[in-house]
Design a binder for this molecule. Structure first.
Ligand SMILES: Nc1ncnc2c1ncn2[C@@H]1O[C@H](COP(=O)(O)OP(=O)(O)OP(=O)(O)O)[C@@H](O)[C@H]1O
Length: 257
């Protein structure tokens, strides 16, 4: 087992009623890497992400995050661990009634005893880190472009200086230029802040651009894993079907596998 793993899943089984989603998922995420989880629609990517985030407990198996194994949901250990993990949900999940600055201040207000002025300074720094202009701090989410909303949500995800950053479809709803800019930002932030990044994506262009490693979910298991180049060269027909999009120059993964 990799000694530098910040996240380990072993023997994960997931069921919704009688329906089996995962049957024996083993995975270890190394500190500092950007890991992409890909797979067809319904292959259980988001569910696996939720299990990594301790938002759902798998029916069997172990989840170990930052050295802590099988942390109970609702426990003090979970709350402490949650501070060390940032999440960018697909929708961005910003509060529409709060400005960007207020959104980014929120986790700091909830989880630290810092003074309001200090919280404001930290939040302003995080907003700048994500490449947003200072004047955007006073804007409401509805006044932002899709790309700016993602940046604001990232600033909020980074508010508490997490070690692990989870991204659910970071490029969804963005045009290709904005999606590329978010990809570049994720790499810059990973390098600058020593983050480990786990992302779920359908976007093959993003995978090729920024993932250090990819896992392909399908048929309830991990069908293949490797670097983007290794995945593209994998002879398994189920893997090829996925990465065929690359051969034809299309930028999106097939959902048919
Ligand atoms: N709360 C739930 N109750 C019952 N079934 C669920 C629930 N959440 C997800 N599922 C089912 O589990 C399967 C996996 O869902 P999940 O959202 O994890 O897949 P996914 O790979 O992320 O899909 P997509 O790419 O379409 O987002 C799907 O068939 C889904 O319908």
């Amino acid at each position: 087992m990799n000694a530098d793993a910040v996240l380990r899943l072993s023997g994960i089984e997931t069921r919704y009623g009688a329906r089996v989603i995962h049957a024996g998922i083993d995975l270890s995420v190394t500190r500092g890497e950007i890991l992409a989880i890909v797979g067809g629609s319904g292959s259980g990517k988001t569910t696996l992400l939720r299990e990594m985030l301790l938002l759902r407990t798998p029916e069997a198996g172990h989840v170990e995050i930052l050295g802590q194994r099988n942390v109970r949901r609702g426990s003090r250990a979970e709350i402490a661990l949650r501070r060390r993990m940032g999440v960018l949900f697909q929708s961005g999940a910003l509060f529409g009634g709060l400005t960007v600055l207020e959104n980014v201040c929120l986790p700091l207000q909830e989880h630290t005893g810092l003074r309001a002025a200090t919280i404001g300074q930290i939040a302003t720094l995080k907003i700048a880190l994500t490449g947003l202009p200072p004047e955007s701090a006073a804007l409401y989410p509805s006044e932002l472009s899709g790309g700016m909303r993602k940046r604001a949500a990232l600033a909020r995800a980074l508010a508490l200086d997490p070690e692990l950053l989870f991204l659910d479809e970071p490029g969804s709803g963005l045009d290709p230029v904005s999606a590329r800019a978010i990809d570049e930002l994720v790499v810059t932030l990973r390098d600058a802040l020593d983050l480990t990044v786990v992302m779920v994506t359908h976007d093959l262009a993003t995978v090729q651009r920024i993932a250090d490693r990819v896992i392909l979910l399908g048929e309830r298991v991990i069908l293949a894993s490797g670097t983007p180049a290794e995945m593209a060269a994998n002879p398994d027909p189920r893997v090829r079907r996925f990465f065929a999009a690359q051969d034809t120059g299309r930028a999106r993964l097939s959902n048919e596998a």
